[in-house]
Design a protein around this ligand. Structure first.
Ligand code: NAD
Length: 491
């Protein structure tokens, strides 16, 4: 199949109460594709009055939706999954046009995973067992769960449909109504989804508000008429959102930034084994898929006695990464998501150089030909330095890996944990003791061992430290979207 930029309408509305509507003040913003910097479409530049309309629609719908049975909701979620799957190529092409990431990722991972998340939460919501305890022969304690009501959800641009699925699927399954604000850089997939599922859900259950953080996100997170705020994005934005929500004492979940260590122990170094190839892929591929992943393995820690031999292979593999047209299935790395992001990444490469880091690969923007020459492409870059440098400590959110060495297990753990973040980590070893003890010692919510970068719906995901709190995925997620009621019944 040949993939290409899909056709967009000239402009789209907010999705409120089951219909697309224009912003009250008629103001729109242009959404550019980072692939070639051309305008894709216009979206509402929503303000507080638009946000209030969406919240009112959700409040009107919440009682009826909250009373639907788990079975009814599960069957709707299954239909949503089917709709996404039936339109997989169109969703994937929209995501690639909007975000710039390579189509091989959106077709093979991002969209299929979103489908799976809807199916997972449709299944688990029906599989739950109730809880009743007889306290004495006359009294029973009964625990039931109730939806929270209206949930505000604010998501980033790096996995537009998948981040939506992580939030929308469990919230709907639990019986909540939603007001979702997608990132202004990637408004397409939420809009396309709303279009496709408008007939599946009662009006007001799922609402989408477009616009910028301070203009549309802030009134949504500050509203006294929502019952929870679920946020994914930068740590500093998360801090603001907590302040907004705290006025109403609203619960929040925070999925924030990361600076994940990827640790390679000397036992990996056996040239006669395929495992070494897997390790090289593990060091390179998950860092250089544009690098705009919250768990990107952006700090590479290599045991010092294998450093020379291993880094040589890592550099060779990095230089072989194919950059180019994101719609070409053989492209490994596409465009960065926006001009701002592009400039930020390049400025961090300069900061690294000024701090004395050695550039082992890349280190500059990549110029492509034709229309793509206006897009935002950065070479996969490896900087050698030490863990106190800013490029080791601050989230760059681009294809930049900072590499350093360590002597032994204790030093590996010390460097790995010497960060404000605690989202992901990778450990690569053949040593049975290290397989368990090293991940155990790392302060992060997800540690991959001899693998990286898989996000199954049934595995809990979330951060320690400044990477946030609360978990996504797994059935434990459902309780972030529900109240627990206890009834003590005497009879
Ligand atoms: P961002 O914080 O700039 O924006 C995220 C969302 O918040 C957008 O919808 C934006 O419009 C909105 N927003 C911005 N300012 C706001 C404000 N003052 N009030 C309300 N809403 C506001 O983040 P980003 O640049 O879109 O995304 C990248 C970040 O997301 C990275 O830090 C990355 O690590 C993180 N992320 C984390 C996870 C995770 O699961 N932990 C997953 C994906 C991305």
């Amino acid at each position: 199949m040949n993939y290409s930029k899909p056709r967009f309408k000239e402009k789209y509305g907010n999705f409120i109460n089951g219909k697309f509507v224009a912003p009250e003040d008629g103001e729109y913003f242009e959404n550019h594709s980072p692939i070639d910097n051309k305008v894709l479409a216009k979206y509402p530049r929503s303000k507080e009055s638009d946000v209030k309309k969406a919240i009112a629609a959700a409040n009107n719908a919440k009682d009826a939706w909250g009373k639907t049975s788990a079975g009814e909701r599960a069957s709707i979620l299954m239909k949503i999954a089917d709709v996404i799957e039936e339109n997989l190529n169109e969703f994937a092409q929209m995501e690639t046009a909007d975000n710039g990431k390579a189509i091989r990722e959106t077709v093979n991972a991002d969209v299929p995973l979103a489908v799976d998340h809807f199916r997972y939460f449709a299944s688990v919501i029906r599989a739950e067992e109730g809880s009743a305890t007889e306290l004495n022969e006359n009294t029973v304690s009964l625990i039931i769960r109730e939806p929270l009501g209206v949930v505000a959800q604010i998501i980033p641009w790096n996995f537009p449909l998948l981040m939506l699925a992580w939030k929308v699927a469990p919230a709907l399954a639990s019986g909540n109504c939603i007001v979702l604000k997608p990132a202004e850089q990637t408004p397409a997939s939420a809009t396309f989804l709303a279009e496709k599922i408008a007939d599946l859900l009662p009006p007001g259950v799922f609402n989408v508000i477009h616009g910028f953080g301070p203009e549309a996100g802030k009134p949504l997170a500050s509203s006294g008429n929502v019952d929870k705020v679920a946020f994914t994005g930068e740590t500093t934005t998360g801090q603001l959102i907590m302040q907004y929500a705290s006025k109403n004492l609203n619960p929040v979940t925070m999925e924030l930034g990361g600076k994940s260590p990827n640790i390679f122990f000397n036992s990996i170094m056996d040239e006669d084994d395929d495992f070494l190839d897997k390790c090289i892929e593990g060091a390179v591929l998950f860092a250089f898929n544009q690098g705009e992943v919250c768990t990107a393995p952006s700090r590479l820690l290599i045991q010092e006695d294998i450093y020379d031999a291993f880094i040589e292979k890592v550099i060779a593999r990095t230089k072989a990464i194919k950059m180019g047209d994101p719609f070409d299935m053989s492209t490994m790395m596409g465009a960065q998501a926006s001009n701002d992001q592009f400039e930020k990444i390049l400025s961090y490469i300069d900061i690294g150089k000024e701090e004395g880091a050695e550039v082992l690969a890349g280190g500059a923007a990549q110029k492509l030909e034709g229309d793509l020459s206006n897009g935002f492409y950065v070479q996969p870059t490896i900087l050698k330095g030490h863990n106190k440098m800013r490029v080791f400590q601050e989230e760059i959110f681009g294809p930049v890996v900072a590499v350093c060495t360590f002597k032994d297990e204790a030093e590996a753990i010390e460097i790995a944990n010497d960060t404000l973040y605690g989202l992901g980590a990778g450990v690569w070893t053949r040593d049975a003791h290290q397989l368990y003890q090293i991940p155990r010692a790392i302060k992060a919510g997800r540690v991959w061992v001899n693998c990286y970068h898989d996000y199954p719906a049934h595995a809990p995901f979330g951060g320690y430290k400044k990477s946030g709190f609360g978990r996504e995925n797994h059935l434990m997620m459902l309780n972030h979207y529900r109240q627990t009621k206890n009834m003590l019944i005497s009879y």
